[in-house]
Design a binder for this molecule. Structure first.
Ligand code: NAD
Length: 247
């Protein structure tokens, strides 16, 4: 019963908002088999320190280490397939229920599910670039070189170090983050799905809207501010919400 009321409250908020943005984190992709950083017992964080493995400090000072640890985490995400939660968000965008998705994820799963208006504020695992001449290469080029033991991979044009276009710990935020801030400022509702909301500056976004819904398996520091907190799996929560909206 209590759950039914939560679903009703969420759909009421969505229906009464002119512009709805969604913010996703690693938790939306755990049901696609990609571990997150902070789920108790399962997250990547428990086995290694991602701030270390996926940092500019390691990439620039110990590129061999970056390519033998951090890069493997990134590469392993690329074969995953979207789950129901990604597909429902893509449907919601098509139907004009949500304006777009801001994602901290780098797994390409929103696009694979058909979402068009995606703000990848932590970059992606489709492209890489040379830190010296800026030349862009596909992620496959990085993988091919690593598989051929060309570690660290170097630019064919200038010999500079190649890197994935993922925002590593220590990197500045890309321009798309400014665009995402603008979208949230002009929205009346933000729905956060599968994020611990501890990574800055993305975790400032919930402060920029009047109404907030949080769908996350565990507590977040912003729960106190939310109109509704659903402590549920992303796919279960979105399925329930979508069924009510469509009915
Ligand atoms: P996080 O790991 O800090 O938090 C994930 C949250 O999702 C946790 O609070 C967990 O309780 C919750 N969760 C796990 N499974 C869930 C489910 N099925 N339904 C609902 N909630 C669920 O992730 P974050 O906040 O995105 O921040 C960490 C950083 O990790 C980001 O910068 C991101 O780039 C990176 N990351 C990305 C991926 C990915 O692209 N899939 C994977 C791991 C880490």
């Amino acid at each position: 019963m209590e759950n039914k009321n939560l679903f009703k409250k969420v759909t009421h908020l969505i229906k009464n908002s002119k512009k709805v943005m969604v913010l996703t984190g690693a938790g939306i992709s755990t049901e696609s088999g990609i571990p997150d950083f902070r789920s108790p017992g399962k997250g990547l964080w428990e086995n290694m320190d991602p701030m270390e493995a996926l940092s500019t400090r390691v990439l620039f000072n110990y590129p061999e280490k970056f390519y033998s640890v951090g890069f493997k985490i990134l590469s392993s995400m690329r074969n995953a397939e979207p789950n129901e939660a990604h597909y429902i968000l893509s449907e919601m965008e098509k139907e004009g229920i949500i304006f777009g998705v801001i994602t901290q994820n780098i797994d390409n799963l929103h696009q694979k599910a058909g979402s068009k208006n995606v703000y990848e504020v932590h970059g992606n695992t489709r492209v890489g670039s040379c830190i010296n001449c800026g030349r862009k290469v596909s992620f496959e080029v990085l993988e091919e070189k690593v598989n051929k033991k060309q570690i660290p991979p170097r630019c064919d044009k200038c010999g500079g170090l190649l890197r994935p276009d993922v925002v590593l710990f220590g990197d500045p935020m890309p321009y798309v983050f400014d665009l995402a801030v603008k979208e949230v400022r002009t929205s009346d509702l933000l729905i956060v799905i599968g994020s611990s909301l501890v990574v800055s500056p993305v975790n400032f976004l919930p402060d920029l809207v009047d109404h907030l819904i949080i769908i996350n398996a565990t507590e977040t520091p912003y729960d106190y501010k939310a109109d509704v907190v659903m402590r549920e799996r992303a796919s279960y929560a979105l399925r329930g919400i979508w069924e009510i909206i469509k009915s």
